[in-house]
Design a protein around this ligand. Sequence first.
Ligand code: SAM
Length: 255
Amino acid sequence: MPEPRLLIEDVLRPGAEIALEEGQARHVGAVLRLDAGDAVRVFNARDGEWRARIAAKTKRGMSVRVEDKLREPRATPDLELLFAPVKRHATDLIVEKATELGARRLRPVITQRTIAETVRTERLAAIAREAAEQTERFDAPEIAEPQPLAKALDGWDAARPLIYADEAGDDAAAPWGGERGRGRPLLETLADVPQGKLALLIGPEGGFTAEERRMLRGMSYVIPVSLGPRILRAETAAIGALSVIQASWGDWRGV
Ligand code: SAM
């Protein structure tokens, strides 16, 4: 079992003694039951990953002493996920899996059919950090404050294509709008998207309204895509689409 990894934003250099944050100290001390002298790995996106040892464990807290460098940092692709918050467990799953799948920024967007009243960003940040430590990333994704969809798009950087997962077609008389007007398949679409920076938008349980579809499809940087013939739950759509993006455009290529 490799030593536990701890994301620490302090400067990591040989001999540095760093106090652990309360949550990390509780996890390392009470859950993992590590003691003074036990080895851990500490990391951040600037300094990479270092071996460290528990330097002190008291009632007041724990500290680690940094020893030697293990790995240089590796950046995650500049990939943003905009998602409509859904039920709590499913939102937690989206945050945890998007972290493992290398999203750099997670942006909850409130759409007309979003049901979730509140989004506790500090809770989502804790989930993202724990997933980042487990998944051997060098950073934890940034969790933005929830915004109404229109506000999130306001002043959008047009150099960042927004892949919009649109489950609907244009035929109001057919279920899900039928096939006419469906987005292009995601994999095909990605072949025409320049590498560099990208965003993905996933809707809520009830999907996007016709008004939101019109607004989104009217924006030059928005690329509507289909995720296939089946209607996926929001969490499935987020996980599936991020996986396809990483495999065809991101850091799964040539792994
Ligand atoms: N409107 C449907 C409903 O009422 O169940 C579907 C909403 S779906 C549960 C949640 C989100 O996942 C959608 O807004 C869309 O972003 C994405 N999604 C699910 N299936 C999709 C598909 N086949 N093609 C494109 N996007 C899909």
